[in-house]
Design a protein around this ligand. Sequence first.
Ligand SMILES: [Fe+2]
Ligand SMILES: [Fe+2]
Length: 161
Amino acid sequence: MESKTGLKGNVEYCLGMTHKKDKMNLTTWDVRYSIGIDELDDHHRYLVLLINIIYESFVNEVQDCDLAKIFNELTRYTEYHFCTEETLMRDCNYPDYDSHKALHDQFAKRLQDIQAGFLCNKSLVSFELLTFLNSWLLTHVTKTDIQFGKFIAAEQKKFAA
Ligand SMILES: [Fe+2]
Ligand SMILES: [Fe+2]
């Protein structure tokens, strides 16, 4: 279990990077990524931000230990986000819960493997890895999470009628 100081340090490091001028982005947040659930949209926005920070760090050839810090935060926050999303789905008896959770589990495992590579000093970030992370997230949000957003909107309509 990571110490609070370590976690706080990682979050501060990531947020500090957002204040830099001339940022390079792999993805710019866009309204088409919104699924209509504010809390989850905020989470997705932060995940896009973290991937952008990793991308910028990669392009600027920052040290592996600094990249590992951001990866740590990406892994931690992704797990937190998946847990929040899955709790909401269970609370609403979402019918596609199992298949959606299976996609989360696969991606979380992949992130853990990448992070383990950093800990063993074996893994280096590549452009292929960054495009994989980026496209997984955006595809998941716009194809899978959006279905949950639509389900919630339909449920709310039922109750409002
Ligand atoms: Fe999801
Ligand atoms: Fe999500």
